[in-house]
Write a protein that binds this ligand. Sequence first.
Ligand code: FAD
Length: 414
Amino acid sequence: MNVDVAIIGGGPAGLGAALEAKKMTSSVLVIERDRELGGILNQCIHNGFGLHEFKEELTGPEYAGRFIQQAKEANIDFMLNTMVLHVDEKKHIVAVSEEGVHHIRAKAVVFAMGCRERTAGAIAMNGYRPAGVMTAGMAQRMMNMEGLQVGKEVVIYGSGDIGLIMARRMTLEGAKVKAVVEIMPFSSGLNRNIAQCLEDYEIPLLLHHKIVRVHGKNRVEAVDICALDEQGKEIPKTKETVSCDTLLLSIGLIPENELSEQAGVVLDKITKGAVVSEDMQTEISGIFACGNVLHVHDIVDFVTAESRIAGASAARYALGNREKEEFYATHAGEGVRYVLPQKIHKEGKHTLKLSFRTDGIYHREKVIVKCGDKILARKAMNVMVPSEMVIISLDKEQIGKINGDVSVYLEGKA
Ligand SMILES: Cc1cc2nc3c(=O)[nH]c(=O)nc-3n(C[C@H](O)[C@H](O)[C@H](O)COP(=O)(O)OP(=O)(O)OC[C@H]3O[C@@H](n4cnc5c(N)ncnc54)[C@H](O)[C@@H]3O)c2cc1C
């Protein structure tokens, strides 16, 4: 099969990219391994989605549903229950479904495979890994999609958004959530989720604490929780055993980049996603990336905005409209962990959004975007936390001033 644009993944990123590409070419194919479109949103039955995109608060399935509807109306082609196994730099895709093996040749490919959760193997905890230890996303899927009760006495390790959401969800389903334990001195979840999912239900958040042992061989029976000192060392006298039958892990997300690596896409050491230019093109010509496979997003609306750029760029590429491959780099300066995109075309850019996360919590700081000795943008921020992505949009005039590498840093830190 030959297509102009093939999109791998039918979550919000894949759907956003497909809709935008379809405006420019009729030949767009979305390949999704799951039985339905919508990605991770199908299991996120809480609300809080779509505030930027639709100016209303939707649940995950409602948000996804709007894009699925639009995609159907636009007659976009889908292959469901189809897993992509391989993509090469020539954009030759190998996928498998119940019908057999499919070979698809695309002029441009958009990677939109999302991310997966880190599991118990990724962290050091003494004890066994008995039944009852699972990722928060797995528990969410079991409860919200399969209708199963996961446990009655719960401890959650990691204060990422999925853990926070599941603390509330388990409570609403009648479980007792005894604590959310976070190794860092700050939560890695959104502030609104801490308020709405923990504080409203009086669930304790133990910051700078660690789970040091899991008790139980066949099923979890308890965990040992210990406070950490300033150097991150355990304070033995604070050790407490908390009984539980379930330990949910919310200890981070990793972009699903196996296909990207196979294709030879260069990955960023910090984001663990592809290195891209402002049109979302990776280092492999004609392969684009967007959404959680590119960098883990806090808010799905930003995924949609980014995927539109990827979809349009992929369609332009497929139609033969290529830009000169000459770039300036972007750099993360003081206080900033990473900046995306990592590269900016020297010519031809009309819009530029710089997304970044800080390396700590900052109050009343100014973000500076600089090129050489020219300040392109300065934005005052009341508060910045690592869990929340910051986006700075540059207008045409600011973009016109770029004649070298661009750095983003916090003024008070430099
Ligand atoms: C528990 C949880 C709660 C959240 N809460 C909020 C919230 O309240 N508000 C908010 O705005 N955002 C929230 N988010 C974030 C938001 O859901 C994500 O940012 C968004 O879903 C990412 O979209 P995506 O398309 O990149 O990835 P996904 O939604 O993960 O979609 C990726 C798709 O690619 C498919 N795929 C992967 N590999 C292959 C392959 N090899 N072949 C074929 N298909 C493949 C997957 O099956 C999946 O359908 C939450 C996320 C989670 C996990």
